[in-house]
Unconditional design. Structure first.
Length: 739
């Protein structure tokens, strides 16, 4: 091999020892075979459902009746369960989530509690004097299709139904259950459903988890067997529902599914207004007016009405009913189909709700559809239920009301709009992309909080969104690591629920989209995930793998760091050295060459780079570099290139070696902004892989035409860098918060 005689040689005099990956210092770019489930015929290595993928089907026929006077709900259901697994099932498991409200519930028993030093009389009374609310299912019977009683066992919030003969692959079984329960006042007793008591004597019901629901059986868990403790939400199979709901005749009601008998429950005027709403794509139409609602809430009908709904391919069913409801609706045009946006609210929600709810529902459906798939259901309903933010297929409960005088702050308005986007957005994750909420809160809350942020930015780029922007997760990620757990933690084991399962994954995905992958590749991959898994049951692996599979981005380093650890990002500028080109070697270079054996010596004319501040640096060097300043370089250029080629050569005049250090454990891209003496700036983006050989330090030399006056790492705060005091050169004065 020919000796290198000429060339710009920068000798790394103090090269940093490369860190060999060890168990203590693992390779952060290693594939995650140690963490992910092995791909199989159900779930492939690409992240797509495999050829053996199956899921169970649970169809329901339900009749329920609300006793509004006594706040009780009575129900009877017939479940038809289809076993699509290759294996036979000896028993079935159902979820009795209402039992979390039972006096026998173990949920309060797994919480530590202390003696409050100060309590209101009401608080003291509820804690020490009064009996707990008497909630939970009262099961009257479980019968097979022939009417014969079936054996069942209840373990807290789950019920095992024994089968006389195993249910084989492809077989169906039908059975019936009758039950009732006391409905909880959720503002007193908590819960994701129940009723709100108004001073005028009326109630506003939001009913969910109101029927025994089939648990998920699949290739990952077998029967889902984690109890409902209260934090980890639900895991439910898809099915079709026929539901008849009997309520006082003066109630207005909405629920999951298509209303089959609108003409029996609406007045002719309301029917006409609803027909108008179905054609109104630009603004909501009031279907049940405030005057009608105010008239209804003064009475208490002893007559009954039955509302009949049919829902296809949903994982759950929710209902909201009250005689206080105002109802408005508008049509929504999506790329491939139309749907309806609907809101129900008491007069206490106005004027806020009439103005914003249905409009933001419509916007959410359009925004989410454009990032996933067209919303496949006939409607999306937003219910105003104070203190609630909870989602079911096609229907959700949302808080946010003006003061009694109708005035509201921007905070209330923005909070109400955010919660509506969020809960309507849950139609996509997890109602359609049906992940296991009992195990992984982040799979629905994190993905949904991310798209909520995207939708809010599409509504108004200045919307004060709290979850999504990278810098908003810094206070959490820089907190005491003893109080943190990785995103990949079970839903019941998360201390800071909102930060861990909503904020951090939303910020992570936003960073992935804006900073790591770019919108085009990210959006395609995210859409691929949504479409692969819509109406199916994905796992974390399916998400991680699809995002890589569809983008050609190896992201194991990102998933490992952001989802499997509590590491934080901190990248700083340790040192900036200016270099000057010289015909003469510096003293350091001479010393270095002496230590080399003769045959390794570099001979012939060389170009030398002298560092500012080194012994050989002379003040006269401090001027913009020209090729003619360096004899050997000029000779080389003239000998090698034609005049024409020479004119095209770059003309760097300044050389800066920047040493980046990384006190943080996360590996992240280095984003650098150079500011020149004339005030112009230039961005440089180094992928995270720059850290693959050395996890602590990275060096880059910038050869520029203009002198640099400022270098800043992550100038737009897009990487959740927890310490920005080390991000600038020269060091910026940090203003004390007392200034
Ligand atoms: Zn949520």
């Amino acid at each position: 091999m020919r000796k290198i005689l000429l060339g710009l040689v920068v000798f790394p005099l103090m090269s940093i020892a490369q860190e060999k990956p060890t168990e203590k210092n693992p390779d952060k770019f290693k594939q995650m075979y140690d963490l992910l489930a092995t791909p199989n015929m159900y779930r492939t290595a690409s992240g797509a459902p495999g050829p053996e993928y199956y899921q169970q089907q649970a169809d329901y026929k339900i009749d329920i009746e609300l006793d509004d006077r006594n706040t009780k709900l009575y129900g009877q259901e017939t479940v038809t369960y289809t076993n699509n697994a290759k294996e036979s099932l000896d028993y079935l498991w159902m979820q009795l989530d209402q039992n979390q409200q039972s006096r026998k519930s173990l949920s309060p028993m797994v919480e530590s509690n202390v003696t409050d030093p100060v309590m209101s009389p009401k608080g003291f009374s509820r804690k020490y004097l009064e009996e707990d609310f008497d909630g939970g299912f009262n099961i009257e019977y479980v019968k097979d299709a022939s009417g014969k009683a079936m054996n069942y066992t209840i373990n807290q919030t789950m019920m095992r139904i024994e089968l006389a003969t195993p249910l084989k692959h492809g077989e169906k079984i039908s059975f019936s259950i009758k039950w009732w329960y006391n409905i909880n006042n959720y503002r007193l007793d908590g819960g994701r459903s129940g009723y709100e008591q108004f001073e005028d004597g009326n109630r506003l019901y939001v009913l969910a988890q109101f029927y025994p629901r089939m648990a998920v059986y699949n290739d990952v868990e077998g029967w889902q067997n984690q109890q409902f403790w209260g934090a980890g939400e639900f895991a439910l199979p898809f099915g079709n529902f026929d539901v008849n709901i009997t309520v006082p005749a003066d109630h207005i009601l909405e629920a999951t599914g298509e209303l089959l008998n609108r003409s029996e429950v609406f007045t002719p005027a309301q029917l006409a207004r609803y027909a108008q709403a179905e054609k109104s794509f630009d603004k909501p139409v009031i279907v049940v007016t405030q005057a009608e609602a105010e008239a209804a809430e003064k009475g208490f009908s002893t007559q009954k009405k039955t509302w009949k709904f049919k829902a296809t391919n949903v994982r759950d069913f929710g209902i909201s009913t009250s005689r206080k409801f105002i109802y408005d609706a508008m049509a929504v045009k999506l790329a491939s189909r139309n749907t309806m946006a609907i809101s129900l609210y008491p007069k206490e929600g106005n004027p806020l709700w009439e103005e914003y709810s249905t409009r933001i529902v419509a916007h959410t459906l359009k925004s989410y559809s454009s990032h996933t798939f067209d919303y496949p259901y006939p409607k999306a309903i937003s219910i105003n239920a104070e203190d609630q933010g909870m989602e079911y297929p096609m229907i959700c409960w949302n808080w946010g009301r003006p003061d009694a005088d109708g005035k509201y702050s921007d905070r209330v308005k923005h909070g109400m709009m955010s919660v509506i986007v969020h809960e309507v957005g849950h139609n996509f994750f997890p109602m359609i992309v049906n992940s296991d909420e009992r195990q992984w809160t982040w799979m629905d809350e994190g993905l949904n909080s991310f798209l909520e942020y995207v939708a809010l930015m599409e509504w108004d780029p200045n919307f004060p969104a709290d979850r999504g922007p990278a810098k908003n997760i810094v206070p959490y990620m820089s907190g005491d690591e003893k109080g943190l757990e990785p995103i990949m933690s079970n839903s019941e084991s998360i201390r800071q629920f909102g930060n861990n399962a909503y904020g951090k994954p939303a910020a992570a995905l936003n960073i992935l989209r804006e900073t790591v992958m770019g919108r085009e590749l990210f959006d395609y991959a995210f859409k691929t995930y949504a479409n692969r898994w819509k109406f199916k049951h994905p796992t974390p692996e399916d998400f991680f793998r699809t995002m890589e599979d569809a983008s050609a981005f190896d992201l194991d380093w990102f998933w490992r760091g952001w989802f499997y650890t509590t590491d934080f990002n901190d990248i700083g500028i340790k040192e900036v050295k200016k270099y000057f080109v010289s015909n003469e070697p510096s003293k350091e270079v001479k010393d270095f060459l002496k230590t080399r054996r003769r045959r390794n010596r570099i001979e012939g004319p060389m170009v030398y780079m002298i560092a500012d501040g080194s012994e050989s640096y002379k003040p006269e060097m401090n001027k913009p570099f020209e090729i003619k300043d360096c004899k050997t370089l000029q000779e080389y250029v003239e000998k090698t290139f034609t005049k024409e080629e020479q004119a095209k050569l770059k003309t760097p005049k300044y050389f800066y070696q920047v040493t980046f250090d990384k006190p943080g454990e996360l590996v992240m891209p280095i984003i650098v902004e150079l500011t020149f003496e004339d005030g112009t700036t230039e961005m440089h983006h180094f992928p995270a892989q720059i850290w693959r050989m050395n996890d602590k330090e990275a060096n880059r030399t910038f050869a520029t035409d203009k002198a640099i006056v400022k270098i800043k790492v992550d100038p737009k705060e897009e990487t959740a860098d927890i310490n920005t005091t080390n991000n600038s050169w020269p060091k910026e004065e940090v203003k004390s918060k007392f200034d």
